[in-house]
Write a protein that binds this ligand. Structure first.
Ligand code: ARG
Length: 596
């Protein structure tokens, strides 16, 4: 969308220098902070090709553009362009709110967040992927919401998205749980009667682990049941299924709160009996060796050179007792995904702590010459630290009376706190609407806090900060959106406005911020970085705030002024901005209420 403004400039420059417009277009950047202008053209490369100093070329180009009626000045090696507000409005507004359909076009501004970059290619996104029989802890928010935001962004950018929850539903933990269950003669009735079934299973796990530590007989029982489970023994399988069902019920509840869905739930267990062909192939290609009874792919021997010693240790593929491992399951699952979906890209949204695991099995995929080997991406992220009131410090988990807070509990508390703020700000709302708003705002606060900064950094979460209406927060964006909705409601009967009345700088800033969203979306996808979109939305919201508050404190009067032609134009901009902001929030996984 922004290229509608920059294309004429690219063409002028390209013609002058004998380049292709696309070559010039690729150079455009936002001007440096504090520099006046809407678009910067760095002249380094073009100057080098011409054999002149960059500032000389910048001055030359500024002259060419000025002669064509464009405001351009050279600042050192940059040629900075300033757009005319009326030209921006005439170019952009019709794209964002098609004429005559102002109040009808509820999605005009959302078009700013569409791209065809993906060209219908398939992307698989493996995210959330928790381990069953355990609660979703607060840190699970990260994979879940980064993955969810990426899934929305890829879809908006023209990709065909498959959302995968690769449940951790396999491993020795389940043998232990079964041993505990049998030892304590527990029944399905007892489990279903429990107020919280996952807590019931968690507690059982803690008890049996302690018992196994103290008593080798118990440890032996756990091993026996692990083996029974792997061998497909019916009683073991049956109990495992019971544990899985109980966990899924709890997961669904949290996903429901967060508005997260999946297309595939094939977890690790699904692949348990499908790994033989892979093991056989590895062996036939002479990629495996034996190491103390275990089967490994010896990456140091296979890949390290005299000079480059990237790999430190072999990858375990099969344990000495015959059990398979995480890397083997990931490889098998990837083969399956590729044959089912034929993906062009496959993302694994998993914390940075697992980087080595992904590097290793990606390397094995390359050794196997899988056609998908260069399409795999590990989307790592840092840890989330939560303010711990009891210890007055940032910690990996906030504890309540010594117990780590669960994701569900953090969300519940955020909703509760948001409810108090909403009741205070908007006491006239009906109770059920207020509850819905509190939910959107409370959850939005937690989610946006997680997405607003680069994903590889650590995140700090503090309720008071995340819930502020005036910081870089989800509620701030939601509030800007609700404000625009409120203006629209008051203008129920206006019809489409002409761009000619949008002539001031504040209006231009809003339009440019909307037009830049498409580029932000594309970058968010290419870098797998939802924060790029989050930051672009913050810029838009602050442009909206400056526009609505500049000059006149009465926001409604500012838009819905006495001159109905001007009012209609401004209303078109309100609608475009509301549509863009609402859609941007949706892509990040936030709900944007119409009132707050
Ligand atoms: N279940 C794993 C864990 O909780 C994460 C799985 C990530 N996805 C994958 N394909 N390995 O640590």
């Amino acid at each position: 969308m922004f290229d509608r403004l920059s294309a004429p400039i690219a063409t002028l420059v390209a013609t002058h220098l004998g380049l292709l417009p696309a070559q010039v277009n690729a150079l455009f950047a936002p001007p440096a902070k504090g520099v006046a202008g809407d678009l910067a053209l760095p002249c380094f490369q073009m100057a080098k090709a011409r054999g002149v100093p960059p500032p000389t070329l910048a001055t030359e180009l500024a002259g060419i553009l000025t002669a064509a009626g464009i405001t351009a000045v050279a600042t050192g090696p940059f040629c900075n362009v300033t757009f005319d507000p009326a030209a921006v409005a005439t170019t952009l507004l019709p794209l964002l709110s098609p004429a005559g359909t102002v109040n009808g076009s509820r999605s005009g501004g959302a078009l700013a967040l569409r791209s065809t970059l993906g060209a219908g290619q398939r992307v698989c996104i493996d995210f959330s992927s928790p381990n069953i029989a355990k609660h979703l802890a607060f840190h699970h928010i990260r994979s879940t919401m980064i993955g969810n935001a990426l899934a929305h962004c890829y879809a908006a950018a023209g990709w065909d998205v498959t959302r995968i929850n690769f449940l951790g539903d396999w491993g020795t933990a389940f043998g232990r749980l079964i041993a505990g269950w049998k030892r304590e003669h527990l029944t399905l009735e007892q489990l279903t009667a429990a107020a919280d079934q996952v807590t019931f299973l968690n507690d059982l796990y803690v008890r049996i682990s302690a018992a196994a530590k103290a008593d080798p007989v118990v440890e032996e029982e756990a091993r026996h049941w692990s083996k029974a489970l792997e061998d497909g023994e019916p009683e073991a399988r049956n109990l495992w299924q019971i544990f899985k069902t109980a966990s899924l019920k709890e997961f669904e509840r949290v996903y429901g709160l967060l508005g997260v869905t999946f297309d595939s739930w094939k977890g690790e267990a699904f692949y348990e009996d499908k790994m033989e062909p892979l093991l056989a192939e590895l062996a036939s290609k002479q990629l495996t060796s034996q190491d103390q009874g275990a089967t490994v792919v010896d990456l140091p021997t296979l890949l390290n050179t005299d000079k480059v010693k990237t790999w430190k240790k072999p990858v375990l593929i099969k344990r000495a007792d015959g059990g398979t491992l995480y890397a083997t399951r990931d490889l098998t699952a990837c083969d399956d995904r590729f044959s089912e979906f034929g993906f062009s890209r496959s993302l694994y949204v998993v914390d940075l702590g697992q980087s080595l695991h992904f590097q290793e099995w990606f390397a094995v995929a390359r050794l196997l010459q899988r056609p998908y080997a260069d399409k795999l991406r590990h989307i790592g992220f840092g840890v989330v630290l939560i303010w711990n009131d009891e210890e007055s410090a940032w910690a990996k988990g906030r504890t309540r009376g010594g117990k780590i807070m669960l994701l569900r509990e953090v969300l519940d508390e955020a909703i509760e706190r948001a409810a108090a703020i909403v009741a205070d700000k908007n006491p006239d709302l009906a109770a059920d609407e207020r509850a819905a708003i509190a939910r959107a705002v409370g959850i939005g606060a937690v989610v946006f806090n997680d997405l607003k900064n680069g994903r590889t950094g650590d995140v700090k979460f503090k309720f008071e900060e995340a819930l502020r209406f005036d910081g870089e927060t989800g509620p701030y964006l939601q509030f800007a959106h609700a404000r625009l909705c409120s203006i629209e409601r008051k203008a129920e009967h206006r019809t489409g406005g002409s761009p000619v009345h949008l002539t001031n700088e504040a209006e231009k800033a809003v339009l440019l911020a909307i037009a830049r969203l498409q580029g932000a979306l594309e970058r968010a996808v290419e870098l797998d970085e939802p924060s790029v979109l989050a930051q672009a939305l913050l810029t838009l919201a602050s442009a909206i705030a400056s526009w609505l508050t500049s000059g006149n404190s009465d926001l409604n009067a500012r838009v819905l002024c006495a001159d109905s032609a001007i009012a209609a134009s401004r209303l078109s901009l309100v609608i475009a901005a509301r549509g863009a902001l609402g859609e941007g929030l949706r892509l990040l996984g936030l709900i944007a209420p119409e009132r707050m």
